[in-house]
Design a protein around this ligand. Structure first.
Ligand SMILES: Nc1ncnc2c1ncn2[C@@H]1O[C@H](COP(=O)(O)OP(=O)(O)OP(=O)(O)O)[C@@H](O)[C@H]1O
Length: 331
């Protein structure tokens, strides 16, 4: 398989290259001699974007976030957040950023309410606890219990509420959907959209493509510490031709099936009264449906399966991403 070692060009920059929310230049982080967690990363995120930061486990996403929040120091390169230097103007950054970290950092013996009260005091915000609870779907009774008894989903909702305190200019979400049920996943998306609709920035880090693609304007793909692509999801799919599969049930297979002639169609397979069509251009999906009707078949059902993150990763890196054993990672 072809390996894309260069960073593909960005086909969907905001029309008006507005103010910059996050910028890293040559950012590099080594742990000891052997681990190169982030490797010469140049990244620009614009204000008002929902920016997806995608990569398999161990790609360096959390380390990048750790550097831009000054939780760890880079080995080389620099980062700015909202125009402030990540290393020398940390206070200014922390006042303006809300972060949902990977791993909750919550205290078992404190109630959810106490956590929020502390966060509100720290940010000197006029938010109310009840309003924040409401935004993340935690009820008041749950908030009065200690966090030690919370489910993973409840902890994630509480951590999200803490990130929202003070209505930050930049919201950093590191694997925000972990532990959440589908309603919680939807809630994260709504919160991200609502934030961006009000001109604020969301940096959404995840290894799950479906969650990123549903909400992000642009994405960067990180692999083994290196930026391998930065574009919209559709742009990535189009560039790579990893495309989607359209599966159609029809009343009868037409005598002359002319789908193979369509631009953007790479493969057609027929099984009984099911037609499976691989397309490598987003616009070809609708053309496939039109053409089958023109060929004389009635369509009874259609499903569309987009290429998975694994397909995209494989296309960019030429191999399956490495899995990192959590026990190997000292935090
Ligand atoms: N404190 C540390 N000491 C040593 N190595 C580390 C440390 N933190 C991270 N690493 C290593 O750096 C690399 C990048 O890890 P990082 O956690 O940034 O990746 P990630 O993309 O966020 O993945 P995940 O989603 O699994 O957290 C991995 O190889 C990891 O083992």
């Amino acid at each position: 398989m072809e390996t894309h070692s260069r960073v593909l060009s960005d086909s969907r920059k905001p029309v008006d290259d507005g103010a910059i929310a996050i910028e890293t230049i040559g950012l590099t982080k080594r742990y000891g001699k052997d681990v190169l967690a982030v490797d010469d990363l140049d990244l620009t995120v614009y204000e008002g974007e929902i920016f997806g930061f995608l990569g398999p486990n161990g790609a360096g996403k959390s380390t990048t976030i750790d550097v831009i929040m000054d939780y760890v120091r880079p080995s080389a390169g620099s980062a700015t957040v909202l125009g402030y230097d990540a290393q020398t103007e940390t206070r200014e950054i922390h006042e303006r950023v809300g972060i949902l970290p990977d791993g909750y950092g919550l205290y078992d013996r404190l109630t959810g309410r106490k956590h929020l009260e502390y966060a509100i005091a720290l940010k000197q915000s006029d938010d109310t606890v009840d309003d924040l609870l409401d935004r993340v779907g935690l009820d008041a009774a749950a908030a009065d219990r200690v966090v030690g008894g919370y489910s993973k989903g409840m902890m994630q909702r509480l951590a999200l509420a803490i990130a929202l305190v003070g209505d930050p200019e930049l919201l950093i979400l590191d694997e925000p959907s972990s532990g959440l049920d589908p309603n919680g996943v939807r809630l994260v998306r709504e919160i991200a959209r609502n934030h961006a609709d009000r001109g604020k920035t969301v940096f959404f880090s995840s290894h799950i493509l479906s969650q990123v693609e549903a909400v992000c304007d642009r994405v960067a793909i990180l692999n083994r510490g290196r930026l391998v692509a930065i574009d919209s999801i559709d742009g990535l799919r189009d560039t790579l031709g990893t495309g989607s599969t359209v599966t159609l049930s029809v009343d009868a297979i037409p005598d002359s099936l002319t789908l193979g002639e369509l631009a953007g169609v790479s493969d057609v397979a027929v099984d009984g009264r099911t037609i499976r069509v691989s397309v490598d251009e987003a616009t070809a999906k609708v053309d496939v449906i039109d053409r089958i009707r023109d060929d004389g078949a009635a369509i009874l059902d259609v499903t569309i399966e987009e290429s998975s993150l694994e397909d995209l990763f494989s296309a960019y890196t030429g191999d399956v991403p490495p899995k990192v054993d959590a026990s190997e990672v000292e935090r």
